[in-house]
Design a protein around this ligand. Structure first.
Ligand code: 5AD
Ligand code: SF4
Length: 480
């Protein structure tokens, strides 16, 4: 789920058009790209005069932003739509958007006839027109751009859910076609935004008080400025140099396209965060080949040596799949030895699940479920041990943390380090009150755990000026 939309905008609140109440409820699943798409969809709806409600019962339009990455996702969507069925009534409309919408297309109308709109992310730029048709009473509206489109979804109306840290999409779609992955089929072909438009959006966000900017893309490393002005690393640096920007992150990287200048840019630019998420998927060259990842274990380890050789302590995280068709015990062992060689700070590991339309769906899903489960357990156990040991390097360090929330029950502050680690800290002796969400606080690390750090805010004294978050007006980034 995305967080709360903040502020109220637009005109014609609660207006009724063609029997449809202009109120909406949105439910979001999936990756950060989906979360950010929802922020753009929410902004577009609000700009079109719709008001967001927090209870689906009160909504004229219910939107379901779906993910299809793993685990029979489409079945879950149809199950959820079945629950929506009982909400049916005069003036209620249902829309299925996102990756399952693109994947299942008009089949959704057959299985859930009360759905009126089915749209994949590559057609969101047509949302105002689709909404107008919905209001006119149409009940079979589709936005199912496949890999034909060259357009990106840029909107001046993005209802960002967090007022301090915001996403910017720099590249949409994917041309990699890894054998297991639905994304090239659900999000269309790769298309980059111009560096100029990314910079305009970043500057506006900085003016509004955002201090952290997160670049998003399925594969940010294959970013190509259509105007040819800037490489990905140059764009990172340019955003990092905007006044007011304190942190820049980016996700997701792909080893095939990952270049050394990204590490050099992090070394040279203090605002670029000390964290690279570089999914490897497997430590075995044979499995990587079957996955069509277009790199070998050695290729990946060379990129790791660039990062390990950096001046800064750059945290490395990864995604891994166990039980890909044909993965032998020896292949799996190579994944385990890779964990030891790289020393990741976090690993997101998944059991292979065959997805519709992908090449791997035609391969025999040869690894029994219990073997996949066992491999996943071994991997996570080993990784936990590595983290238990490796996080120890932070003991006694002073880390600047962005305050995310307060745990009043424990009188603790929850912050995030530049390496994207959670830091739970207490205030130093003589400090009164808690620093506001969005502020940055220097914290001495007093204890390390496998998944987070514990610390105490440095006592800076009553006269010290801490960074205080700006309260922004207006709420929308206006691109021009
Ligand atoms: N089965 C299992 N895991 C998958 N991922 C993507 N597709 C599949 C699949 N079919 C994982 C990859 C990717 C992460 C987002 O999800 O590790 O990096
Ligand atoms: Fe899910 Fe992939 Fe779509 Fe993101 S791009 S929502 S992870 S299927």
């Amino acid at each position: 789920m995305t967080g709360e939309s903040w502020g109220s905008h637009g005109v014609g609140y609660g207006r009724y058009t063609g029997g449809v109440s202009k109120t909406f409820y949105i439910e979001t699943f999936g990756c950060q790209m989906n979360a950010h798409d929802s922020e753009k969809v929410i902004g577009t709806l609000e700009q079109q005069g719709y008001a967001r409600v927090q209870d689906e019962v009160d909504a004229g339009l219910i939107l379901y932003n779906t993910c299809s990455i793993r685990d029979k996702a489409e079945q879950k969507v149809f199950h959820r739509l079945n629950e929506y069925k009982k909400l049916q009534g005069e003036g209620k409309r249902f829309a299925v958007i996102g990756c399952v919408a693109q994947q299942e297309g008009e089949k959704i109308f057959e299985k859930a006839p009360y759905v009126s709109l089915v749209a994949g992310s590559a057609s969101y730029r047509n949302l105002p027109e689709m909404l107008a048709r919905l209001e006119a009473g149409e009940t079979r509206i589709t936005g199912l751009d496949d890999r034909q489109t060259d357009e990106t979804f840029e909107t001046e109306f993005t209802a960002r859910s967090n007022p301090h840290r915001g996403y910017i999409t720099i590249i949409e779609g994917c041309d990699k076609f890894c054998a297991y992955c639905v994304v090239p089929y659900t999000r269309g072909k790769e298309r980059s935004r111009t560096a100029a438009s990314v910079l305009v959006e970043a500057r506006k966000m900085a003016d509004m008080g955002f201090t952290e900017i997160q670049f998003l893309g399925q594969n940010v490393n294959s970013y190509r400025d259509p105007s040819g002005r800037m490489s990905f690393a140059e764009l990172l640096v340019a955003v990092g140099e905007i006044e007011g920007v304190k942190r820049v992150r980016f996700t997701t990287s792909h080893p095939r396209d990952f270049t050394r200048d990204i590490v050099e840019a992090i070394d040279a630019t203090p605002t670029l965060c000390d964290h690279i998420h570089l999914p490897v998927q497997s430590g075995s060259t044979a499995v990587l080949k079957a996955m069509a990842r277009e790199y070998s274990r050695e290729w990946y380890l060379e990129r790791m040596s660039w990062i390990h050789g950096a001046k800064r302590d750059i945290s490395i995280t990864s995604d891994m799949i166990v039980g890909f068709p044909g993965e032998t015990d020896a292949d799996f062992e190579e994944t385990i030895t890779l964990l030891d060689a790289v020393k990741y700070d976090a690993v997101f590991a998944f059991k292979f699940s065959p997805r519709p339309n992908t090449p791997a769906v035609g391969m025999v899903d040869s690894i029994p479920e219990e073997v996949k489960t066992e491999r996943l357990r071994i991997l996570m156990d080993r990784q936990r041990e590595i983290q238990r040991e490796h996080y120890g390097r932070h003991l006694n360090e002073v880390q600047e943390c962005m305050v995310e929330s307060h745990n009043m029950a424990r009188m603790q502050v929850v912050g995030r380090s530049t390496q994207n680690k959670t830091v739970n800290f207490v205030m130093g002796a003589g400090e009164v009150g808690m620093p506001p969400v969005g502020s940055y606080v220097p914290v001495r690390i007093t204890k390390t755990l496998p998944n987070c750090l514990v610390g105490e805010a440095l006592a800076v004294g009553p006269d010290a000026v801490r960074y205080v978050p700006v309260v922004r007006q207006p709420q929308f980034v206006v691109l021009n």
